[in-house]
Design a protein around this ligand. Structure first.
Ligand code: PAF
Length: 286
């Protein structure tokens, strides 16, 4: 069964009496694709109540970014969620519920006078943080608000925004939030392009050129697995000004790796016209 709430008050009334450990949250900005739906599916498997939030958060967009153009497709999103509900065993299991929390305006998340920022330091200064100052402060602030409002035990995020996941993991740790972070694998199209709401803005040529991102990450992954030097490839790639960054880091904390590091992330941001595409691959070294 699917219920849609557009106000905090209505959601809070519904939530009254629900056990914290029965709720999963999937925070999104809508324009859902198969990546988001994979998070919802996992939440359905793990929780009695799965709350997918749909809110285009103004605080995480810089002044010259695409907040106004960000696709708002609530009707299509609801259709996709209903379709998933129909094709999962939800209909045969009355106890499982999908809730869509789509705040009707910003006040539902940030009431008048709201003046607090949740800011994770250091981790947010590198990679995306260098190119999108204040972006992660906007993300952690809204995610904290959503965690608070929804009161879930499990949270589901996609690995595609890997730095976002690590920043949220740190926020959960530092603030001792009673929520478990579940990071689910990237969903790709048949050619290997990581699914993203912004892919729809790529021209046919850009879509082809975009494959260079995942192919390069894959090439570096192979070198790491074969214990070969990947640094010359990175240096060579960075001569191409399409890359904002391309790095191999410790996947636990985004620090420089050393001999003891057992899990690496190969992570990059690639520019195609006005679109920036993010991608990453996790590599276990031992
Ligand atoms: O990943 C996203 O879509 C957003 O950054 C999130 C986590 C929903 C916060 O607005």
């Amino acid at each position: 069964m699917i219920k849609v709430f557009t106000t905090r008050e209505d959601f809070t009334n519904y939530k009254f009496g629900l056990a914290h450990d029965s709720i999963g949250i999937i925070p999104t900005m809508g324009n859902l694709h198969l990546g988001h739906l994979s998070l919802l599916k996992q939440s359905l498997a793990d929780n009695t109540v799965s709350v997918i939030t749909i809110f285009v958060n103004p605080k995480q967009f810089g002044p010259n970014e695409d907040f106004d153009k960000y696709p708002r497709t609530l009707d299509e999103d609801l259709a996709k969620i209903s379709n998933l509900a129909l094709h999962s065993d939800l209909s045969s299991n009355d106890k499982k519920e999908i809730i869509v929390f789509a705040p009707r305006n910003n006040d539902e998340i940030y009431p008048t006078g709201f003046n607090t920022i949740i800011s994770v330091k250091q981790l947010t200064q590198k990679l995306e943080g260098k190119f999108r100052p204040d972006h992660f402060d906007g993300v952690t602030t809204v995610v904290y608000r959503l965690f608070k409002i929804i009161g879930a035990k499990n949270a589901y995020f996609g690995q595609k925004d890997f730095q976002q996941c690590i920043v949220i993991k740190k926020m959960i740790f530092d603030l001792e939030l009673d929520i478990k972070l579940n990071i689910l694998p990237i969903v790709r199209n048949t050619e290997g392009l990581a699914l993203s709401s912004r892919n729809q803005f790529l021209t046919t040529e850009e879509r082809m050129a975009a494959l260079h991102l995942s192919k390069t990450l894959k090439q570096i992954e192979m070198l790491i697995k074969n214990k070969e030097d990947y640094k010359p490839i990175i240096a060579n790639e960075l001569n191409n000004n399409k890359w904002d960054y391309l790095e191999v880091l410790n996947a636990e904390n985004l620090e420089e790796p050393n001999q003891q590091t057992s899990k690496l992330v190969v992570i990059g941001a690639f520019k195609l016209g006005v679109i920036r595409l993010l991608d990453n691959i996790l590599v276990q070294t031992v």
